[in-house]
Write a protein that binds this ligand. Structure first.
Ligand code: NAD
Length: 503
């Protein structure tokens, strides 16, 4: 029996919690009914933040402010170079506050601080990338329609965008959406998760400091049903950019369909890493552990299924198990931590229920499987389940915890069948020294991203999104700004009327 984790209380535990007010039309305001939400650190147990809790009245005010800023304000009308300058300044200001923001995300979500720093650094890079796209966004012209006609296709900002984000990458995910919407000239109402809103409010302050005009970005904390739902159904909202679960994504799309809004959906995943015997097995084992346990498995891209060739399964898994034993689980604020706290005790119970169900259905817990004893917070031992079959819930559903399900194959066809046999299609990995094997897998896996001899790297230049029930549309990449635009076709005619109708 291991000693209980000893979680050290940080200075924040004895200070007053951070308080965050809603950002509407450039002003910080409380909710009209005075309600607030409290967030406790899942890694330590003390209260980190209080947010003003919005409701329908605040959604109305925020959408009206965004609409006014879009219809009459300077943001959509200024030169792209001016918008780009503000996005670049935003990136610099985020960079200057990187440590504070990373600490807030680590405290509210339970993720390791070193990882949080990497995410905020990644977000800075995305804001800079979006600034470059603001200046290169352009339409098309057609001078090949005859001498009397010039066709021009404009890219215009779509309007007010509702941006709804989850708790697992609070600052990074808003940074995959908002800078591109802003680069296009849109205005926005943003709702972070009710569990991890603090860093998004800091972003709101930074945006105002950088010179984003009042009303262009409005930020609301609140619950999905009270705030998210009216942000989706509101008639003045033209587009919904949602990241979260497939379940809520479907509800959101159904609601957005009532007024035919544009939607962008980044949803769940059940991603497989396929390991062939000729792979660099040391690297593949490290990536298997990383894929399974990064962000405590609370990651849409988690490599939650390890699909390994039968011929190497025993040896490979004993390497994976040995590496797993070296993964440091514990205090999110400790620089050495690789796996921090689970987001909530309810979520931890859901994950351990999956493990228990798998164990009673014929598979076996090969490593971990238990909540770790600790003086504070909620932590789960990284878990490996062997003998998983394709029909089991743990092989098909998104567990969203540090749980690696192992399935085996004897042929490439079987490996592909397993990889594709889920309702999801977000990402996949393949490990082999053979270009033929890698290419065959990469071409036949039904997912938005395939990593070949690497796993879970991300670059703003590369589009990201899901096949099947993992989503709709793509974020990042050179077309990320276009997603927040409408195309307008203008036909310029000169000279005599062509094709007289009446005569
Ligand atoms: P969730 O779907 O429960 O919540 C996401 C957001 O939607 C939250 O802000 C929530 O308050 C809001 N919401 C809830 N009900 C709503 C409603 N009726 N109308 C509008 N908004 C509503 O997801 P979560 O638990 O916060 O996040 C985990 C999920 O997010 C996982 O499924 C994960 O795979 C997914 N995710 C996907 C990606 C991706 O890029 N594909 C990235 C990160 C997370």
């Amino acid at each position: 029996m291991n000693a209980p984790l000893n979680i050290i209380m940080p200075a924040e535990a004895s200070a007053a919690p951070g308080t965050y007010r809603l950002l509407i039309d450039g002003k910080h305001v409380d909710a009209r009914d005075g309600r607030t939400l409290e967030r406790k650190s899942p890694g330590h147990g003390f209260t980190v933040s209080h947010y003003a809790q919005a409701g329908e009245a605040e959604v109305e005010a925020a959408v009206q402010a965004a609409h006014k800023a879009f219809e009459t304000g300077p943001w959509p009308r200024m030169k792209a170079a001016e918008r780009a300058a503000i996005l670049l300044k935003t990136a610099d200001l985020i960079e200057a506050r990187l440590e504070d923001i990373a600490r807030l995300d680590a405290l509210e979500s339970g993720k390791p601080i070193a990882q949080a720093r990497g995410e905020i650094g990644g977000a800075v890079d995305i804001w800079r990338y979006a600034a470059s796209l603001a200046r290169t966004l352009h339409g098309e012209s057609y001078a090949n329609l005859g001498d009397a006609m010039l066709g021009v296709v404009l890219r215009e900002p779509v309007g007010v965008v509702s941006i709804i984000t989850p708790w697992n990458f609070p600052f990074l995910i808003v940074s995959q959406k908002l800078p591109f919407a802003l680069a296009a000239g849109c205005t926005a109402v943003v709702k972070p998760s009710e569990m991890t809103s603090a860093s998004t409010f800091v972003l709101g302050d930074i945006l105002m400091q950088a010179g984003v005009p009042a009303g262009v970005v409005n930020i609301l904390a609140g619950l999905g049903a009270d705030v998210g739902a009216p942000m989706v159904s509101h008639p003045l909202v033209e587009m919904v950019s949602f990241t979260g679960s497939t379940r809520v994504g479907k509800m959101t799309m159904a609601s957005a369909a009532q007024s035919l809004k544009k939607v962008s959906m980044e949803l769940g995943g059940k991603n497989g890493q396929i390991v062939f015997p000729d792979a660099d097995l040391e690297a593949a084992a490290d990536a298997a552990v990383f894929g399974g346990f990064f962000n405590a498995g609370e990651c849409c891209n988690a490599g939650s299924r390890l699909i390994v060739h039968e011929a190497i399964a025993d040896d490979f898994l004993s390497t994976v198990k040995a590496l797993t034993a070296r993964v440091t689980v514990g205090d999110p604020l400790d620089d050495r931590t690789k796996v921090g706290a689970m987001i909530s005790s309810d979520h931890l119970a859901k994950v351990t229920d999956y493990v228990a169900a798998a164990a009673s259905n014929g598979s076996s817990v090969y490593s971990g499987g238990k909540q770790l004893a600790s003086n504070a917070g909620q932590y789960l031992d990284p878990t490996i389940i062997r003998g998983v079959t394709e029909d089991m819930a743990i092989a098909r559903e998104e567990v969203f915890g540090p749980v690696l399900s192992v399935l085996t194959f004897e042929s490439i066809e079987k490996a592909l069948h397993i990889a594709n046999n889920t309702p999801y299609g977000l990402s996949a990995g393949v490990w082999s020294a053979s270009i033929d094997t890698c290419m065959l897998v990469a071409r036949n896996v039904r997912s938005g991203t395939v990593w070949v001899n690497t796993f879970m790297e991300g670059y703003p230049e590369l589009p990201f999104g899901g096949y099947k029930q993992s989503g709709l549309g793509r974020e990042l990449g050179k077309r990320a700004v276009e997603d927040y635009t409408e195309e307008k076709t203008i036909q310029f005619h000169r000279g005599q009327r062509t094709g007289w109708w009446v005569g």
